[in-house]
Structure formats: C-alpha cells, structure tokens
Write a protein that binds this ligand. Structure first.
Ligand code: HAM
Length: 425
C-alpha cells in the first residue's frame, strides 16, 4: 500500500458514523439541557497561547504539541487541548461583557504527539465544557454532574469518578515547598522522570506510575492536607453538593492532572474495566488562567472528555448503539426506458423529502435487491420497461417481500411517506 494514515490517527468509516453520532448527539443534548452554548475555535493557535496557558514544564508543552512555523514565519500549534483556545476566544471576542456564568462547550479534534496505543491517539476528539465567571462550588458540582449524566445517557456502566483539591495560589506555594523539602533528600530512591519533575513540575511527582516511586508517594504530603481555609471550605461544599446530587465519587489525594492551570477542584472519570487508558474524561477549576492570558481575574471550571475512549468503552461493555435508518426506498429498474423513469421518479420523491437510492447502470434484478439490502432500504421500488411506459411501479416491502403493483408516483409518494413517518424519521 502506497500511503498509510499517520500513526495514531483514525479513519472514521461510514459504518462507524452511527455510533459517533449517537454519542455526540446525546452529549450535545445533555449540555443543552444545562444551558451550555457551542463554541468552535480554529484548529491551530499561536504556540505562545498553549505555552502560557498550559504551562512550561508540563509534558503536553514539552513533548506533545504539533508545532510548526507557517510560510509567514508564525509559530503555530495544532489544538492540543480545548481550554486555552476557549479562554482566548472569551477574551478576544468580547464574551466578558456577557452575564456570568458563561456556559460554553465544544466538540473538537485535539492533537498530541502521544505514544499511540489502544485508546491513546495522536488525533483524538473531545467534548469539552467550560463554565466561566463563577467561583461557587455549585459550578464545579454542575460541571461534574453534566459529565456523569452524559455517561448515563450514552449507556456506559461501570464509570467511577475520582476527586481531589490541589489548592490555590494562597496555599499551593507553601505546599509545594513542603513537597520539595520531602522529596529532595529522598530523590535518589525515585525514577529518572521524577528527578526531572522535582525541578520542573513537582506536583506531578504524586502522579508517577513507576513501581519504585510508590512508597515515596504514599508517604509524601498531599495537597488536600495543606489547603487554606477558603479552599477547604470550597472542597467541603463541593462534596456536600455531589452527595445531594447523587454523583458518586472517590477521594484520591494523589490526583493532580497533567495541565498546569488547575486550582482547587480536579476530577477524572474512569471506566473500571480497563487498565492504563481508562480515563473517559477529566477536568477541574482553573481560577488563574484567564488572568494569565491577560484578562481580569475570572474563576472558571470545565472538563474535556475523549469521544474515542467512550466508544471503546461502549464496545467493551457490549452496549448496542441504535442503527441509523436506511433510505426510505431503493429504486430498481430494468432497461434504459425504465432507468429514465426511475431517475425522474427518484428526483420527485427526494424533493418531497424522502431518502432514495438508485442503481446507476444496468444490473439484474437480484443484484439490485442485494444493493437494496446493503443500504438497508425499507422498500424497493421496481420499474420494468412496460411499467415505465405507463409511469407506474411496484413497491416491495423488503422485510416481508409483500408487493403492491401499478402504483402511480403519487401513490408511491403517499405510501413511502406514511412508512417514513411511522418510522419516526
Ligand atoms: P485532559 O485530561 O488532557 O484534559 O484530556 C481530557 C480527556 O481527553 C481525557 O480524559 C481522555 O478521555 C481524552 N484524551 C486525552 N488524551 C487522549 C489521547 N491521546 N487519545 C485519546 N483520548 C485522549 C484536557 O484536555 C483539559 N483541557 C480538560 C479541561 C477542560 N479542563 C478544564 N476544562
């Protein structure tokens, strides 16, 4: 084969579109129920936006972005996450003047030079949500509830959520000092990556998966033990609300997440069935990001969730996704005169809003029936040369093979329309 798709990317074939549409339509229905409006931002942004937003020292910025110079010498990066671009648009497009909280969502491709494996792609797609301008824990609870509801609506079972608070600019600096002071004399017991983390991004020390680092992490001070009063209150209120809303969660004092902008709440949803690539979505609060990007200090909270991972989980759990309906009719013709009439009839039926597929050349009737089955057409319309002369046709129900003969185009239209309405399509 001459060309292959790039490593870590996927083709989405016609047969896979039904599942894709099923999950994205349901997710969009849920976010609309809560009042979120869609935003679309460009596929690439100035590189500096991600560096500033996500933070130097994060794996995403240091190792995973698709960054290039265009022919004008501009440094650009393919969308490597959805939050920084959404905040850029919020600031640039005057959305600050709208009443708060401003509730936004997106469905967008995300590009990361990740090590590809099942469920980990170099181009994946996220449904993301951002609620801007509200510091109250009720906003965090809403954002988390939306994602929990999406998973329920698409039929995913065995989903669990982990929750933590990592403090804010009041309490985090002192906590980080404590963490570094704990690690520094013990760093030769840690893996090579953790030695780098200690210098660049100490919070991520808690996230290391290496066996040899586990005893160190277990005994390390945790952010939640060092929260200042307001952060502790916020976290307690959030837990109270999640309890009220019946959203189950597990507290995980080691959960820190990979992006640099989080403050206070962080959370991640997992399927309990799979191993490493089981994160179905995650997010948190990022009260400092908008100011970091040049806006007025504005609190915000959101999530991003990987659609491909949802689909994998649905497949693994054997959840049947409803098929999309086939065309209302497949028109079969026999001979050139019949073809002329078939094509005119198809045009007329499509103008009336029906979905009609025709045979382009001349084929035997059984071959045309096989096509009708392949398209999952509810009906076949059969036109022979004698019928074409009289401008009538036979209507064949593909499920029980029952036929009605000599229908005029009006009668066909009526029959197909009532079947289509009965189908709920
Ligand atoms: P993130 O945790 O980097 O967060 O990504 C969110 C979700 O995207 C993950 O939980 C996972 O489902 C999916 N995902 C991430 N990387 C891949 C990959 N390589 N292949 C397949 N799926 C992947 C963010 O991106 C934040 N912007 C979320 C957020 C929004 N926080 C606040 N607002």
């Amino acid at each position: 084969m001459a060309f292959q798709r790039p490593t870590g990317t996927e083709d989405r074939l016609p047969a896979q579109q039904a599942a894709w549409n099923y999950v994205t339509e349901r997710a969009e229905r849920v976010v609309a129920q809560y009042g979120y409006g869609r935003i679309d931002t460009p596929t690439f942004e100035e590189t500096a936006l991600f560096v500033r937003g996500v933070g130097e020292g994060t794996d995403l910025i240091e190792q995973e972005t698709y960054t290039f110079a265009d022919r004008g010498g501009n440094r650009l990066t393919l969308r490597s996450e959805g939050t920084a671009p959404t905040m850029r648009a919020y600031l640039q497009d005057g959305l600050q003047s709208l009443p708060t909280p401003l509730r936004l969502y997106y469905v967008a491709p995300i590009f990361r030079y990740d090590r590809p494996q099942k469920g980990r792609l170099r181009e994946h797609h996220q449904v993301g949500l951002e609620a801007i301008g509200e510091a109250d824990a009720a906003m965090d609870a809403e954002v988390i509830s939306v994602l929990a509801r999406i998973f329920r609506e698409i039929g995913l079972r065995q989903v669990s959520m982990q929750l933590n608070s990592i403090g804010d600019d009041q309490c985090r600096p002192a906590y980080l000092e404590q963490l570094v002071a704990y690690y520094r004399p013990r760093i030769d017991q840690a893996c090579a990556n953790c030695q780098v983390r200690l210098e660049k991004n100490p919070l991520r020390l808690l996230d290391c998966k290496e066996e040899r680092c586990q005893p160190l992490i277990a005994a390390a001070p945790k952010p939640v033990e060092a929260l200042c009063g307001p952060c502790a209150e916020h976290f307690a209120r959030l837990q109270h609300l999640l309890g009220l809303l019946a959203v189950p969660y597990t507290l995980n004092p080691r959960l820190v997440r990979g992006l640099g902008y989080y403050t206070r709440t962080v959370f991640e949803f997992y399927t309990t069935e799979r191993g490493a690539q089981s994160a179905l979505g995650g997010g948190g609060r990022y009260d400092g990001l908008i100011a970091e990007l040049g806006g007025r200090p504005t609190p915000a909270v959101g999530f991003g969730a990987g659609i491909e991972r949802w689909l994998l989980a649905l497949e693994e759990q054997g959840v049947a996704v409803p098929e999309e309906p086939g065309p209302d009719a497949y028109i079969c013709h026999l001979g050139v005169e019949a073809q002329d009439w078939a094509l005119q009839l198809a045009t007329r039926l499509r103008s009336a809003g029906l979905r009609i597929v025709t045979t382009p050349g001349q084929r035997k009737l059984p071959a045309q029936f096989r096509q009708a089955e392949h398209y999952r057409a509810r009906y076949a319309v059969i036109i022979g040369s004698e019928e074409a002369a009289r401008q009538v046709a036979t209507l064949r129900d593909m499920t029980n093979k029952a036929e009605r003969r000599d229908l005029t185009d009006d009668e066909l239209l009526h029959a197909l329309r009532s079947a289509s309405a009965g189908n709920g399509t």
